[in-house]
Design a protein around this ligand. Structure first.
Ligand code: CA
Length: 239
């Protein structure tokens, strides 16, 4: 049985409205969800809220040099990265790949080429997503709870502090990075083959759930989406 998939989220960072629209329309036609950002600043703000599965990044942005954007992302982003450049300069492409981009397209490009490259990157990134991309963000608040990934500290709405195990903290971090988004078992496990591990993710979820839910059988925060996976039903604020 093919599990139901939440469409992958793709951030399109492009300051030229016509090109941004073309990219977004093409992606949406193929069933992807998109969000558009016209500046590097808006994009970094977006990343703090949610980490997408793929970023399509124009290297010529008005507020920041493309290479500087890549340098900031380097080592922090756990999503795919496709660069779009108007420069046909070999140096830019090589630099972009060196700085962590997965692939590139050169303007003007065919929508079909963009889709093919985006798909191929997404296949390599099964949507695993680490916590907030910005390491200066230390605390996640959700539904009255606070979680500090740096120390695995979970504080209840009543002020009781607990230290989570590394496994629990990892799982919670992935859920917090994608609030209100169905995550498959595969995504929650970090893209490994899940056939043998199905049980272990369910056990970890139920362990985590026991911390939050008065009645784990009727979970309201970490919901089971039958045939698909799990979903964190909360608004998450990182600070
Ligand atoms: Ca541009």
């Amino acid at each position: 049985m093919q599990p139901t998939r939440t469409p992958e989220l793709i951030y399109v960072v492009e300051d030229e409205p016509a090109i941004a629209r073309l990219i977004a329309d093409t992606l949406e036609k193929f069933g992807y969800r998109t969000e558009l950002f016209r500046t590097a600043e808006a994009f970094f703000n977006g990343l703090r809220q949610q980490v997408p599965e793929l970023v399509i990044l124009d290297l010529g942005l008005p507020d920041m040099d493309g290479m500087a954007v890549l340098q900031q992302l380097r080592g922090k982003h756990s999503c795919g990265l496709l660069i779009v450049t108007g420069r046909s300069d070999v140096y830019d492409r090589v630099m972009g790949l060196e700085l962590g981009a997965d692939d590139y397209v050169v303007k003007p490009f065919e929508p079909r080429e963009l889709i093919a490259r985006a798909r191929s990157i997404l296949r390599r990134y099964p949507g695993v997503v680490a916590p907030a991309a910005d390491p200066t963000l230390r605390v996640a608040e959700f539904a009255g709870w606070r979680f500090e990934p740096g120390s695995n500290t979970l504080t209840s709405p009543g002020g009781q502090q607990d230290t989570l195990s590394t496994a629990e903290a990892q799982l919670l971090s992935v859920l917090l990075a994608h609030p209100n988004h169905i995550l498959t078992r595969e995504q929650l496990l970090g893209g490994r083959d899940v056939s043998a591990l199905d049980r272990s993710i369910d056990l970890r979820i139920s362990r985590l759930r026991r911390r939050f839910e008065e009645n784990p059988q009727h979970a309201r925060l970490i919901k089971t989406v039958y045939g698909a996976g799990y979903l964190l039903a909360a608004t998450v604020t990182w600070s």
